[in-house]
Design a protein around this ligand. Structure first.
Ligand code: SAH
Length: 210
């Protein structure tokens, strides 16, 4: 049942999940439930809501990925980073959070599910100085867009994109972006089974072509 809902939802997003990918995504939720008994990783406990709000919500930004290196800033228990890493084995994902215990969960899951395309980094985004920067820097539920750009703008390569996952369209929040940055587009996201608004704010450097 869960597997059918997940596969159908992913299909609506234009993602053809293999049986193996669907199984890994559901196993991720099993592990989340298990660890959640010991530490607070998610408030969403019902399986169908987890499928919608954790898995499909994460996968809904799939069309906006580009390049080969993706950074998920403030990844928490690994969203959207882990689901995206499962369906994009050819891309490299760096998952960053300032809370070490959440990264322990991600390391555990990455090992269990054999996700060799995930690396975790325990740092504050603003202090992170990677050797190589990223084509896409994404964040979900990490605060105002302006703050995200200030904290994480330096992580994007020239021509790279910052992607802020938001609920309602954050028109007010994006009016005052830091100098050097502009909104390339605001995309309305359709998350299958979710009766709430979702938007993706795509941000690039002012001099980049949209
Ligand atoms: N993206 C996840 C978690 C959101 S909660 C999800 O949508 O489910 C916000 C997370 O951001 C927390 O795990 C917190 O530890 C982390 N965080 C807050 N400020 C941060 C910073 N400056 N650098 C890195 N991580 C940060």
């Amino acid at each position: 049942m869960n597997s059918v809902a997940l596969t159908a939802g992913a299909n609506q997003l234009g993602i053809a999940l293999s049986d193996d990918q669907a199984a890994r995504l559901l196993r991720l939720l099993d592990e989340l439930d298990d660890w959640n008994q010991r530490m607070n990783l998610t408030a969403i406990r019902e399986r169908s809501a987890q499928i919608t709000k954790h898995l499909l919500d994460s996968l809904s930004i799939q069309p906006y990925l580009r390049g080969s290196r993706v950074c998920d800033v403030g990844t928490g228990a690994g969203f959207p980073g882990i689901p995206l890493a499962i369906v994009n084995p050819e891309l490299q994902f760096t998952l960053v959070d300032s809370t070490a215990k959440k990264l322990k969960f991600i390391d555990h899951v990455a090992q269990l599910l054999d996700l060799s395309n995930i690396v975790t980094v325990h740092t504050r985004a603003e202090d992170f100085r990677p050797e190589e920067r990223f084509d896409v820097v994404v964040s979900r539920a990490v605060g105002p867009v302006v703050q995200f750009v200030k904290w994480a703008g330096h992580l994007a390569v020239g021509g790279g994109r910052l992607l802020a996952m938001k609920g309602k369209s954050p028109d007010e929040e994006v009016r005052q972006l830091p100098n050097g940055w502009k909104v390339a587009a605001i995309h309305r996201l359709e998350v299958p089974g979710l009766d709430e608004e979702r938007h993706l704010v795509e941000i690039c450097r002012s001099h980049d072509k949209v």
